[in-house]
Every structure is written in C-alpha cells, then in structure tokens.
Unconditional design. Structure first.
Length: 75
C-alpha cells in the first residue's frame, strides 16, 4: 500500500540527505533503515508477542490473516 504524507521543507531536505547518505533507493527505504537502527534491528513483529494468547504463534496468526484475505477477494 502506498500513501502520501505531508512534511515541511526542512524535513524533506533532511530526508533527501538521509536517502543519499544511506544509499537508499527511496525515502521509504531510508526511513526504514533509520528506524531499524533505532530499534537495534529487532523485528517489528516482536512487539506483537505481548498481544498473543498463551500458545499462539505469530506465524499461525499471519497464515490465518493471509487465508482470510485470499478468501475475501481483496487480493
């Protein structure tokens, strides 16, 4: 999914500089690289574990969501 966000000119200049310095192919990639460094490279899925019921696995939930999405015709 692609979305548009508003940033002021100073932020855009900063993003352009980050993109170049990080040798990123897009602003999205630059932001992701900075965010992953900030979170010490931890998986973003790890934050979901606190919402799981005992014995549930993230992989199982993802498979179920993918199945529902395919069946709903939203693909």
């Amino acid at each position: 999914m692609v979305t548009t966000i508003q940033v002021d000119e100073k932020t855009l200049l900063l993003l352009k500089r980050l993109k170049q310095e990080l040798n990123a192919s897009s602003y999205d990639e630059a932001i992701t690289k900075v965010a992953m460094r900030r979170t010490k490279g931890k998986s973003m899925a790890g934050s979901l574990k606190k919402y799981l019921k005992k014995g549930e696995k993230v992989e199982d939930i993802l498979k179920e969501l993918q199945k529902e999405r395919r069946e709903s015709g939203r693909f």
